[in-house]
Design a protein. Structure first.
Length: 329
């Protein structure tokens, strides 16, 4: 998909600096000297990201972005501001008009990374809005490319979640929501640097704080794409724990939506039984033992029993013994 970046600033030397910075990125770059000059560009171009100064004559950046919510709701907005104008930037972020803000003078590498992540966000939103099953599954596979250890993870999580759905005789709509939510549960990781995702050991507290943001970022995208509430819930709450010690909101027990509790069981089991950068895979039998030990603390005990029963009914644990362990217990 061919998309553009738009820079809007009333100072010509700043526009030239920005255009020069992105000249070698291969991105299609547009520029405008004011918000009024920028608005007609949306009729002729598909603009993925806008980087606009806040303190411009005629129409300030936050007012411009407020207009764009109706004109181009999926466009990702980045506000350039000074330290003295930070309150305006934070207010615009809280209203949902601004995705990120940049303080002048900016750091070139940070700005390029921010714009690249914003383009990924735009393309993800555009894909989700189509709500096409094949396309959404392809998006999940693309996200998995950020972390080679999780290739196929989203598809397996969906299969396990649907096994639980079969046992509970859930409705066709809930099955569809579980499938989409499983495929997309980690979509917020597009905003997490690959160096953190692929780190071969325990990450530091600061890096883990970055990882912990992915449910909120992913849910924001799913919500903006107007996906069903159950799908948004899966993306947002799949790292909550039954004992209330999870994230991002510390929900406990049945306060966690059931769809998210189902996917949490499937997600944990697949993580245990596949290789990760920090450990070898456990055997299927060992994975079940660990899963059972998590009943009532990390995971819903009834859903764990339901899932283990489904595995046993389908002879999946027996096949592990016959064919040999997939991993090491």
């Amino acid at each position: 998909m061919s998309v553009s970046i738009l820079f809007v600033d009333d100072e010509e030397h700043i526009l030239k600096s920005l255009v020069r910075l992105f000249a070698d990125t291969g991105m299609d770059v547009l520029q405008a000297g004011s918000a009024v000059e920028a608005l007609p560009l949306f009729e002729r171009h598909e603009i993925a990201v806008v980087v606009a100064d806040n303190m411009m004559p005629g129409m300030r950046g936050v007012e411009f972005f407020s207009r764009l919510k109706n004109i181009a709701p999926k466009t990702v907005n980045i506000l350039m501001t000074s330290y003295t104008d930070l309150p305006s930037a934070l207010e615009a972020i809280n209203r949902g008009e601004v995705y990120r803000f940049v303080v002048k003078p900016w750091d070139n590498d940070e700005l390029v990374t921010m714009v690249e992540q914003s383009i990924h966000r735009y393309l993800t939103l555009s894909t989700l809005a189509r709500e096409d099953e094949t396309v959404i599954q392809g998006l999940a596979q693309t996200i998995e490319l950020k972390d080679p250890y999780t290739r196929g993870h989203c598809g397996r999580v969906a299969s396990y979640a649907l096994m639980i759905a079969d046992e509970l005789r859930l409705s066709p709509q809930m099955r569809k929501d579980l499938r989409y939510g499983s495929w997309l549960h980690d979509c917020g990781k597009i905003g997490v640097p690959e160096a953190i995702l692929n780190f071969g050991g325990p990450v530091a507290a600061r890096e883990f704080d970055t990882i912990k943001k992915h449910p909120v970022m992913g849910a924001d995208m799913a919500r903006q794409a107007q996906l069903p509430t159950a799908v948004v819930d899966i993306v947002l709450y799949h790292h909550e724990r039954f004992d209330g010690e999870g994230y991002p909101h510390g929900l406990a027990g049945e306060a966690i939506p059931v769809a998210a509790r189902i996917v949490a069981v499937a997600d944990v089991y697949d993580a245990l039984t596949t290789e990760r950068p920090y450990r070898r895979a456990y055997s299927l039998q060992k994975g079940v033992e660990i899963l059972l030990s998590m009943k009532g603390n990390a995971l819903d005990p009834a859903l764990v029993d339901c899932f283990v029963g489904a595995l046993d009914k389908r002879n999946l644990l027996l096949s592990d013994c016959v064919s040999g362990d997939r991993g090491h217990g």
